[in-house]
Unconditional design. Sequence first.
Length: 199
Amino acid sequence: MNKRRIGDVSCKQLFEQIEKEAKGSHLDVVISSEALELEWVDVGAFIRALLPHLDSEPMDVEIIVACREHFSRAASWYNHRMRARKVGENHIVPDDFLISHAPEICYVPLIHRLEIGGFKVTPLSYHPTEDWTERFFRHIGFPKEKVPKIQVKNMGLSTKVLIAKVATNRAIPTVKARLRYLDAIREMPESYSSQSIAR
């Protein structure tokens, strides 16, 4: 296990926090992080280093991969890159982004990389998104009557706003003018897409 840090928390601190919450518990431990799909992360090594912090008994480990439709996944990645850009930084058009990042978006290399760790890997379809959270809870063992109430919350830019943002970045030359238009676009009805949140 290398000594890379995720955010401002070292692996040692992360494991200590998880141990404090989960050691000795009879309940399942669910860890969710998009960082685990990064190429430099050895997920098998991460799991083996984490297990002693959970319990002395053998644990049944399963890696669940939420699989989105490929264009939906590509659009999400592009959306995140667009939002993470610094003001004034050159933007990349969707076609160029897809060409340069297509190998990273495909699931087969990710699944193979996870399987190398020696633990069970289960792809679970993210679609339809309306009942994704319920299907996930049912998969990890929640009986139907115990599944938490699901609330829909607006999380990300909708498709039409993302397209408008790309067009704005390409058509308007100055940063100040672009920001003014983008602020107006975000105020449009249905400017954000929905995601299910458990409560």
